[in-house]
Design a protein around this ligand. Sequence first.
Ligand code: PMV
Length: 344
Amino acid sequence: MSTTELTIRARAPSNIALVKYWGKRPSLKTRLNLPAVGSISVSLADLWSETDCHIDSALAADEVRVDGEAAPSPFAQRVRLHLDLLREAARRPTAYLQVNTRNNFPTAAGLASSASGFAALTLAACSALDLTRPPEWTDGRWQQRLSQWARMGSGSAARSVYGGYVELYRGEDDDGEDCFAEPLAPRSHWPLVMVIAVSDTREKAVGSTVGMQRCAETSPYYPAWLASHAGDLDTARRAIGERDFSALAAVVEHSCMKMHASMMAAQPALTYLRGATIEAMHRVVDLRQQGTAVCYTADAGPQLKALCQPEAVAQVEATLADVPGISAVLTTPLADGPQIGPVP
Ligand code: PMV
């Protein structure tokens, strides 16, 4: 008997939040990983994670590789915990997997590698474990379930199981049943482009889970962040629906700066932005004041992300490449969605 089964490959897009998720709901079940706020994102076509999974009956534990090499232990452990959850759902407690994953962009530097990584892992592993849509469920409901599982690996991964514009609902239930992402609009609705100004690709010093907890416990601005969030989601949803760039730009930059203000007011301060990031923000605002449809955002890392209309791309790229300290500029359209299938 063969000890290995079919290898499944999933490719999932990274995503960048336009209205940010920052903070977790206090919950007895921490593994549910429930966000304190909802969020809205765009999925990116050219920054992705690709994960291969197959069950190997010779294994006594999951074997996790990154780019074909044994994964560092904290990452491998996080992957195994996630697979435990999926094995439990599949009722296959001893179905251990060979996992090989790769990103086509720098890992853990604020370019959303955990989002695309855990989405690709969830999609590939569910398929390898024969965890498929119950016949009485619609496709939409099954996608919500995949999004919920991805969320348990990393909050932002809940959004990477879709392309285009995506909303992750905060939900109210303690069991997380109403906390999942859904598509807001396909990329064809409004084909904006993301230009990413890379200044430093080293791994961030403080990961998002620790950073969120520190903010919740010590930042005097964190309660204000939570209290003002729902209005930002409403504004962004409407702006996307109506393709109203100036309304979107205002709320995207506001959500970003509120999140960073809350981070900086934590003790000790979380200063993810670097000098080059701030300078790039100024240049984006200057461009917009001269009439270019562009706005900025930044996550738990120094990379500046500029969202713009397709006709503004060349000007935005040139402007950001000119900022001292910016080492590369990556441009990507929005993604259609993940791809999944057997490896030929
Ligand atoms: O999914 P996590 O735990 O890596 O958190 C992501 C947090 C931000 O990237 C800063 C914001 C977001 O909504 O993606």
